[in-house]
Each structure stands twice: as C-alpha cells, then as structure tokens.
Design a protein around this ligand. Structure first.
Ligand SMILES: [Fe+2]
Ligand SMILES: [Fe+2]
Length: 399
C-alpha cells in the first residue's frame, strides 16, 4: 500500500483496515511506509464509501457492504402505492407506519422497506414511525462538513451549474474537466448546485430539455455525470434540482444520485460549509452556495453583498457561489468570492434574459496555515469557447 492516496480506493481501504485491525493502526502503518495519513482521513473515507466501522475501535463492522452499493432498485408495487398515498396527502396530515400498513394491507416491515426505497430514490421522507410524510418544504440546516483532504496545501476542483438533461448541457466539456482533474491528481471536486436542469422551472422550459420527468433526469444523471477513479464529487442542490416540478413531489435528484453512486456526496440544499483547516478549532471554511435571484449590474457588487451577509462568528475563507452562470473572482471583507462559471451553453431562456454564460471550471490550490488562515490561493480558470471540438480543446488545454 505504498501508493499515494491509496485510501481513495474502496477495496484497498477495506483491505488495509482488515490487515491492520483498525483505522488508527492502518494510518500508522501507512505513515511508517512513507505515505503519511491520519486515522480521521481513513474514517471519513469509510463514511464516504459507506464502510461501516465499529464505534470503539474503528475496525470493520461485520456488515460493511453498504446499501449504497446495491444496484438501483425498481420501485415495486407496494413502494409505488406508498408513494402515491404520501403524494396524495396534503397539509399537515401525517400517517403512522401501521396506518399505512392497514390501508395497503401489508406488514409494517414491508412499509418500512418501501420507505427506504423511496428515500434512496431521492424522496425527502424523515425517518419516523409516527410522522411519515414527504417533506415538500425544505428543512433549514447549516450543513457543516469536514474536508476529505489533509495537509497545508490542497488542490480541489470546482464545478457548477451542469444542468444535465438541458439541450444546451456542455457534457463533453464536463467530462474533459474530470479528465483534467484526474490527470492533476485531484481527489475532491465541489459542485455548487443545479446538477440537473429540472422541470417546470420557467415558462417554456419544456422545449429546452430532453428528459421531462424526475425519474428520467435521475437516470440520465446517474449514467452521464462523470465518474473517475479516486475522485469524489461533493455538492449542494440548486433551485433547478429542488424547485419547480421536483419541489412539488418532494424529491431531490442529487440525493438520488449520491444514493446510487459511491463517488458522489450530497452536502445539503442550497448551502454547505466544508472545513479545510487542520481541525475544528482552527477552521478554514469553504462556503458552497447556490445563489438566488438575478445577477447585479456589476458582479463585484454582488460579491460584496454576499460577503456582507456573513456573521463575524463564521466567515468563510472562500465562497464558491453558483447559479448565475458567470465567472468572476473578488475579495470582499476578506472573503474570496468565486463565481465559478457553468457547463451550459447559451439557452433560449438565457438569451431572453440577455445573459451570456461563461462555460468552464476551476482548479484551486490553497495553502492553509496551522491556525486555519488561508495564506495563499492559486486559482486556475479553464474556459471553453463555443464552436471548438472537444479534441481541439484538449490540445489547447495543456494537461
Ligand atoms: Fe443554473
Ligand atoms: Fe440556479
């Protein structure tokens, strides 16, 4: 296990913990072999892969094969009926598991399995026996997370607004971006929302998209969103993912994607904070946000307004904010504000709004002090121009 970042390979990770007994000893062995790693990094990757660890020792629990890795399930008859019953329920009406079981004439256990299926497929159903319902109003959460990376210098990829299933999706460019990430040894990519184009987001959208249901957009996303060995993409959902038609059915395509793919992690709706600092007392926060409303006349004004909104108790070192499909980098109140561009070419909707998108992505190399301060940031912006083939772009982008 002398390979760099061997723990990003699920099988190697399981094997190492098995061989050495627990995460701590596996980390020590790796460090001794010249590939330094902390036990906490191994435990975070176990969590990411759904590898269950026993609480006391961080050794493997017996059933480490997570349901995350199970093949996608077709919604069976009972699950479909549970779904229909919950969708029909309005207002504050709640069901208990036994009520649903009685109503459908099946066992409570069967109802629970069906609810699990529905959750896996992205429906927001809180885990409770008494209050079973599909959540149509989003819960308000802060969404704090740890980085998967360790060390003072880290390199991450940033993408946003991929709008898969849109007629104007820049999917080959997105795949090229992931090839470049892979080539550069990047293991963590952040996504600032709008993974899908959604449905019923604006009038006339129906003619601008190629998949028209939640199921078909999820299927398309699972199949086409880039996947590269060793790269985990972590991200938030944007308005296109959870408003409009998908909002009305209380389902989230990013959750469904994360449940069906090991390399995707859902961090929250609209907003999430990730700590890249050395520990909780010395945080270096990246705030991942999906914006709202229109862009201001000047991008720097928007950057300033966003930075003004932070409370002094938790200021991010960097704000990566998607939604406007533009590219810009500013500093305001000590916050690095990045508008990360997008992966959707000019659509008729954007033309009507008088907006022309910036298509591209970023690689950021951050140097973080021991107290969590961001001391250096090297942003690289890769931009695509319309009309060139991907092959031509590969040549242009010296890898
Ligand atoms: Fe968007
Ligand atoms: Fe958006």
């Amino acid at each position: 296990m002398a390979d760099q970042n061997w723990w990003t390979d699920k099988d190697l990770l399981i094997e190492a913990i098995r061989t050495h007994g627990n995460c701590k000893q596996a980390a020590q062995a790796s460090t001794a072999a010249g590939v330094p790693v902390h036990a906490t990094t191994l435990t975070s990757w176990c969590a990411k892969f759904g590898i269950k660890l026993s609480k006391r020792q961080n050794s493997l629990a017996n059933d480490f094969d997570s349901p995350k890795n199970a093949p996608a399930l077709e919604l069976d008859d009972v699950a479909q009926k549970v779904h229909d019953l919950l969708q029909k329920t309005t207002g504050d009406r709640r069901h208990t598991i036994s009520e649903i079981a009685d109503e459908l004439d099946v066992s409570p256990k069967r109802v629970r399995t069906s609810l699990e299926d529905l959750r896996r497929r992205g429906y927001r159903i809180p885990d409770s026996d008494e209050q079973v319902h599909i959540q149509k109003v989003l819960p308000n959460r802060t969404n704090l997370h740890r980085s998967l990376l360790e060390g003072n210098e880290i390199t991450i990829g940033i993408v946003s607004d991929t709008h898969l299933s849109s007629n104007e999706e820049a999917l080959s460019e997105l795949h090229l971006a992931y090839d470049i990430f892979k080539d550069r040894g990047i293991t963590e990519v952040l996504h600032a929302g709008d993974w899908t184009c959604g449905v019923d987001i604006f009038r006339g959208q129906v003619s601008e998209i190629k998949n028209h249901t939640f199921e078909s957009q999820v299927e398309y996303l699972v199949e086409h969103y880039p996947q590269r060995d060793g790269i985990v993409t972590r991200g938030i959902s944007g308005n296109h993912d959870i408003e409009g038609g998908f909002g009305r059915i209380g389902a989230n395509p990013v959750v469904a994607l994360a449940n069906q793919r090991d390399d995707i992690e859902f961090l929250g709706d609209y907003s999430a904070w990730i700590n890249y600092g050395p520990d909780e007392d010395n945080p270096c926060w990246i705030h991942l946000l999906h914006g709202k409303g229109g862009m201001s006349y000047s991008y720097s004004y928007k950057a300033q307004k966003l930075a003004d909104g932070y409370r002094a108790e938790r200021m991010p070192a960097l704000l990566a904010v998607g939604h406007w499909h533009v590219r810009g980098a500013f500093e305001a109140r000590g916050v690095q504000v990045l508008f990360p561009a997008c992966f959707e070419w000019q659509s008729p909707f954007l033309t009507r709004l008088g907006l022309s998108p910036a298509v591209g992505f970023h690689i950021l190399t951050l140097t973080i002090g021991n107290d969590g301060t961001l001391v250096k940031m090297v942003p690289e912006y890769f931009r695509f121009t319309e009309g060139r083939t991907v092959e031509e772009r590969v040549e242009e982008m010296v890898l």
